[in-house]
Design a binder for this molecule. Structure first.
Ligand code: ADP
Length: 596
């Protein structure tokens, strides 16, 4: 469907281009013909003017010369040879003077009495011209003129004639004058125009192309032929009709006919009638050289059009190629984007896998922690339970023996063991602390005082001394006072454990504000934390202490409490020996509420 439409479009386009070229050709050739017509008209005007001028020069001469006395005398006494000879002489001289072809005198019967060409072999003398219309007209008192081919000389000429009258006005004879047309015709030659002159019957008698002479431009009827024969206008010359095709176009009248060599040609034709002579003058201008520049212009136009079409075709082609390249680029981009999306999906999948693995690991860690906790708990609980059972057995025996004071002692031991188990339970409850309690503004000095009071018994039993060094301008911090105290007691107890039994049992407690934070450090002079276990001491149930002495929960709980405060708990070894625990606390912001 689309292809069909496209070829239709191209067909219409090609037809349009052809029509355009044809239109331009038509306009160009019309212009050329119009210009040719104008030029032919100009030439025609000049030709007619010069022809009329030439004829007018001789028109009045026969009448003027007819008044000459010698002529009248000769007509009155035609038998006087001396008079005739003198007249011949006079006619010859006058003929030379006025530059006519022949000058001669005819009597009323039409016979020539005297002539300027008396000396020539083909002299007119004795010839009878009574059949010539110029003679008949002059004999009737009119001025005659006639164009004809000389019957005697075979030379074309134009004849003027005038009656010769005596004093009474009686017509005695006719004075005739012939002028040649060869010279005029010769002056037309060698020009781009063809000029031809036809008589009233349409016979060409003057022509720049000799091939057209004595031929009829109009079809010759019998009447015309009879008239021509009677006047012997063309002597014995055979007359034929030319094959002429007349074409009327807008800007010019065209004639199509064969030239002298027989070649068919087309001419722009203009014509004008010379009424007095009865002639029709035509100027013909060959259209072939006229149309050549027009054709050249059309060719140039077509070429230009072709170049323009070619250029636009190239342009379209280029644009199509560019669009193709852009499409390829877009496809490549889309492909790249698809690959990226695929990779991203792969990554997401891998991430998901990682998360799952991590979750699995955490789960495994939890299970391991649960295992460790079970082992520690069962040990911590089984031991006192077994001991309590032994004490209870002994107490039973002692009661049987009525040794009540010792039985009571045993029951006291059982109570101590129960207390110990209660302490373990309390620890466990702390593990299950509530982490999301809201943070409050805490006064560090108060918390420190309370914590030292709680830890005092343990510090004393380990023989440790505490040196406090607190900055005077300690700001309020964010946290919970009870939980912070728990952390401090824990860290101080660990410090007491670390220095117990060593020589230097000083514990340094310091607090310094540091930007947005407050750093609280507890330094002991014990063995320090071995690097191998430094990052494990905050794990739940990690302990290096003997079973029964530590659950390994203190630092784990403390660490989590500090994280709940948006702070931190860090461990390092002092260069001079001993562990340094740093409680990082945040300055209380406007958000925090007043004390817990
Ligand atoms: P516990 O005290 O029950 O062992 P903690 O979580 O409080 O549990 O401590 C974990 C471990 O960290 C201890 O077993 C000990 O090895 C180490 N530790 C804690 N404080 C100190 C300290 N001040 N000096 C040396 N080691 C310490």
């Amino acid at each position: 469907m689309l292809g069909w439409f496209k070829s239709l479009w191209w067909g219409a386009f090609a037809a349009g281009v052809v029509l355009l070229v044809l239109g331009v050709e038509r306009i160009a050739s019309r212009n050329a013909l119009a210009e040719g017509h104008d030029r032919a008209e100009t030439t025609l005007r000049q030709t007619v003017n010069s022809l009329e001028g030439h004829l007018r020069r001789f028109e009045a001469l026969p009448a003027l010369l007819a008044r000459n006395q010698n002529i009248r005398d000769a007509l009155e006494t035609p038998q006087d040879p001396a008079r005739i000879a003198a007249l011949n002489q006079w006619l010859d001289e006058t003929n030379a003077l006025i530059e006519s072809s022949d000058l001669y005198l005819i009597d009323l019967s039409g016979t020539t009495l005297a002539a300027s060409n008396y000396a020539r072999k083909d002299s007119f003398i004795g010839q009878n011209f009574s059949y010539r219309p110029y003679f008949t007209a002059a004999r009737e008192g009119k001025s005659g003129h006639f164009y004809a081919l000389g019957t005697t000389s075979g030379v074309r000429g134009y004849y003027f004639a005038s009656p010769v009258r005596d004093d009474a006005g009686q017509i005695l004879g006719v004075l005739a004058l012939k002028i040649g047309v060869d010279e005029i015709e010769a002056s037309w030659a060698a020009r781009e125009y063809q000029i031809l002159v036809t008589d009233p019957e349409g016979i060409v008698f003057m022509s720049t192309d000799p091939g057209w002479l004595y031929q009829g431009l109009l079809p010759l009827g019998r009447d015309q032929l009879a008239r021509i024969t009677a006047s012997r206008r063309y002597a014995d010359q055979a007359l034929t009709a030319l094959e002429v095709q007349s074409i009327e176009t807008g800007p010019a009248h065209l004639l199509r006919l064969a030239d002298g060599t027989g070649e068919d040609r087309e001419y722009v034709a203009t014509e004008r009638v010379m009424p007095q002579a009865g002639w029709t003058v035509r100027v013909l201008l060959d259209t072939a050289p006229l149309k050549a520049p027009a054709r050249l212009a059309v060719l140039a136009f077509a070429l230009l059009l072709l170049v323009a079409l070619l250029l636009s075709w190239l342009f379209l082609q280029r644009r199509a190629r560019l669009a193709e390249r852009l499409a390829i680029q877009a496809a490549a981009r889309a492909d790249l984007e698809r690959q990226v999306a695929e990779r991203t999906a792969d990554l997401t999948r891998a991430n998901d896998d990682l998360h799952r693995t991590q979750a699995d690991l955490v789960q495994a860690g939890k299970l391991a922690a649960l295992g460790r906790m079970s082992a520690a708990l069962s040990h911590e609980i089984n031991q006192p339970l077994a001991a309590a059972r032994n004490y209870a057995d002994s107490a039973g025996l002692l009661i049987d023996r009525a040794d009540l004071p010792r039985a009571k002692e045993n029951i006291g031991q059982i109570l101590a063991l129960i207390d110990r188990m209660a302490a373990i339970a309390r620890h466990l409850r702390n593990v299950a602390r509530k982490p999301n309690e809201p943070l409050k503004t805490v006064d560090l000095n108060a918390v420190l005082t309370d914590a030292l009071a709680v830890a005092q018994a343990r510090l004393d039993s380990a023989g440790a001394t505490v040196e406090t060094d607190l900055a005077a301008d300690l700001p309020m911090v964010q946290g919970g006072p009870v939980r912070l105290q728990q952390v401090l007691v824990n860290v101080l107890s660990n410090a007491a454990d670390a220095v117990e039994g060593t020589t230097d049992r000083r514990i340094a407690l310091a607090a310094r504000p540091l930007g947005d934070e407050v750093h609280l450090t507890v330094r002991d002079r014990g063995p320090g934390v071995a690097p191998a276990i430094a990052d494990r001491i905050f794990d739940p149930f990690f302990t290096t202490k003997q079973v029964g002495s530590g659950l390994g929960l203190g630092l784990s709980i403390s660490y989590n409490i500090m994280k709940d405060f948006e702070g931190d708990l860090r461990v390092a070894n002092h260069p001079e020996g001993g562990a340094v625990f740093t409680l990082v606390l945040r300055r209380a912001g406007p958000k925090a509420l007043a004390a817990e």
